[in-house]
Write a protein of this length. Structure first.
Length: 524
């Protein structure tokens, strides 16, 4: 029953070594790309230098909480409270690194069972104590008290088991505190897998995947979740809700952000782990060519397990960081000459495709995809063993960048194939302009990267990532302003439905009449 050991003011585990940290040629390349003379060290404040307000949890209530789940399950240490003070969005990290612990909970609860979660919620509702569900902490979290006497973070890492497997039906029931990596490990012992690997996979949890919305792409996220989510069990101050009592409960909980109840477990659709997995990369002369292949692969149902297309900005950055400090390598120089002869320039886009199954199926799918890619002018780059590291190291990389005065943020949006090209252009232009308008010095700017995938027959998800030099004395406003510009471009004229808000408010009133669950965030 241990907490997920992330840094109190960062994403990954303490002591993680990112190769970029000591790669000075890469930092010089980034500084030049940003139009900056240099990138200086900007370490975060130490916890010992931060002010943490005394806990407002009455001793009498602490003892009553301890009778439910044990004395060790109610923790009030400084590190525990600081680690649960906020989520891990860019704005959260900037606040934590600056020493702002004003939203730290008064204690952290570690229940071990579903019944303990329900009992704790009932007790907190009676006492007027706010409760903030905290899975892996990788999402958007607010530990505001919302007018309550105190606020407690509810860490579900103790609920971390796959409790049942139905291999015949392809279903598993798993507790909501399981991280993605641990869920994959436990399912793997039976030769099964879920196959859902979002960003933050190592530390994010099953419950968080369901409860946390992704701004700007509700249809994409819900459609994706619908592919693997078969049911949920939810604890509320009014009692336990199970699928038999509310058949559409799992859909109601999608994006609920902990306001309607605490997801304690979920039934998920699983499949057999493939005999073989093979990931290959291709380089296209431009983004449009890669996009055409991505769309055609979906239209013709070409077998694949994974498709991700990096635009020119993302492709250039990956190659620049890989080659920084290694420009004298004969192989790298020879490859660059080869690309130049083939008329591949700075507009080139990289596509990584994964194939899974038995050896014969993998080889056949790879040959078919290779033929499609080459007809669109691509060249094969060969085996891509680094795709997993690149995808799941983003959180660690963000901490490293922040240590050198560079911010990194991202936004995932969904678009139909018809609208995707114009959305791509609009959001990228808005981000570039916003970063130029809010730069630490005249002429400085940021980098915009985009990755397309996963895709469906009707459209695809676009993940925009942007990096820029921070305004060190006003970094929080800079970050929020740039993100608002991205959201406005991705969702022009979007307004929430008042009727939908009323419906959700009615559900919340029934499940949480004293509004103790996550009062610092809004629904819808």
């Amino acid at each position: 029953m241990e907490s997920i050991q992330t840094r109190w003011n960062g994403w990954g585990a303490p002591g993680h070594d990112d190769p970029l940290a000591a790669n000075e040629p890469a930092w010089r390349w980034l500084a030049a790309a940003f139009g900056m003379p240099a990138l200086l060290a900007t370490p975060p404040r130490e916890l010992s230098d931060c002010v943490l307000a005394p806990s407002r949890l009455p001793e009498s209530l602490r003892q009553r909480l301890a009778t439910i789940s044990g004395a060790a399950s109610v923790r009030q240490g400084d590190v525990e409270r600081a680690r649960h003070a906020a989520g891990r969005t860019l704005s959260d990290l900037l606040r934590l690194r600056g020493g702002d612990l004003s939203t730290a909970p008064d204690a952290v609860l570690y229940p071990r069972t579903e019944s303990e979660v329900t009992a704790l919620l009932r007790l907190c509702a009676d006492a007027g104590i706010a409760v903030i569900p905290f899975g892996g902490g990788t999402g958007e979290i607010s530990c505001a008290r919302g007018g309550h006497h105190a606020a407690l973070a509810l860490n579900l890492s103790g609920l971390s088991r796959v409790t049942s497997l139905d291999l015949v039906s392809g279903l598993a029931e798993a507790e909501a505190g399981l991280t993605g990596s641990e869920l994959e490990r436990q399912l793997g012992t039976s030769g099964m897998m879920l196959g859902h690997r979002p960003d933050g996979f190592e530390f994010s949890t099953l419950g968080g995947w369901i409860a946390q919305p992704v701004p700007g792409q509700e249809a994409a996220r819900y459609g994706d979740a619908a592919a693997w989510l078969a049911g949920t069990r939810v604890a509320s101050p009014q009692g336990l809700l199970a699928p038999s009592g509310l058949p559409d409960l799992c859909h109601l909980m999608l994006g609920s952000r902990g306001r309607l109840g605490v997801i304690t477990s979920a039934t998920v659709r699983i499949r057999a782990r493939p005999e073989k997995e093979d990931h290959r990369a291709w380089l296209f002369p431009d983004f449009a060519g890669g996009l055409a292949v991505l769309r055609e692969a979906q239209r013709t149902s070409l077998p694949h397990a994974f498709l991700r297309l990096s635009d020119d900005g993302h492709t250039r950055l990956l190659r620049a960081l890989e080659q920084a400090g290694r420009d004298s390598r004969f192989g790298a120089r020879l490859f660059d000459i080869y690309l130049s002869v083939r008329r591949f320039d700075g507009a080139a886009a990289r596509l990584t495709a994964g194939f899974a199954g038995n050896g014969q199926d993998v080889a056949s799918a790879r040959r078919r995809f290779d033929g499609l890619a080459k007809r669109m002018g691509a060249i094969a780059l060969g085996v891509d063993d680094g795709w997993r590291d690149r995808r799941f190291a983003a959180g660690y990389r963000r901490d490293t960048l922040l240590d050198r005065g560079v911010a990194m943020d991202s936004l995932e949006v969904w678009a139909s194939w018809a609208k995707l090209p114009s959305l791509y252009v609009t959001v990228r232009a808005a981000l570039k302009q916003a970063m130029r308008n809010h730069a630490p010095r005249p002429g400085a700017h940021g980098l915009v990267l985009c990755e397309v995938g996963p895709a469906r027959t009707d459209g695809a998800s676009l993940t925009f990532t942007w990096l820029y030099p921070r305004i060190l004395d006003d970094g929080l406003r800079q970050a929020d302003t740039i993100r608002r510009a991205a959201l406005a471009a991705a969702q022009p004229g979007t307004q929430s439905s008042p009727l939908a808000h009323q419906a959700l408010a009615g559900v919340r009133q029934a499940l949480d009449p004293k509004a103790i669950l996550n009062p610092g965030v809004t629904l819808g």
